[in-house]
Design a protein around this ligand. Sequence first.
Ligand code: THU
Length: 147
Amino acid sequence: MTMKDASVAALVEAARGAMAHAHAPYSGFAVGAAVRLTDGEIVAGTNFENASYGLSLCAETVALATVNSRGRLADVEAIAVVGGADGVTPCGRCRQVMVEAEQIAGRPIAVYCASASGDAVTEHRVSALLPYAFGPMDLGVTRKKRS
Ligand code: THU
């Protein structure tokens, strides 16, 4: 296993660990996400459903919002998303959230997708997941302002 493979495997395992905390009583579909920062720190998230179904939060959005709450959005470099027997890919809203994170980070964010327990991991670029995206640059914002 190469160093890159090892770091991807660790990220996927962190996302799988987060699945245990999914609040998904309505769909029964647990999703875990894990964000790797430039210093190697991993921040996890899981889906948080709501009795008013449409208010549910996805795992990727929860993980990236947690990164933001720690003031680390500029340091995001990769995110793993795991769920289901056949795997999961980010929903449309999460792709837009990833565009925001990527443009603020100022680097491409690698997106790794896997199932709840299988070996296969697919790698994606945010620009491929959401081509022609509208983002912060369209509003003249290039970096998160630090206070
Ligand atoms: N879900 C995520 O957490 N991430 C995605 O990208 C796809 C969908 C969650 C939302 C909901 O709690 C459940 O999976 C079923 O849609």
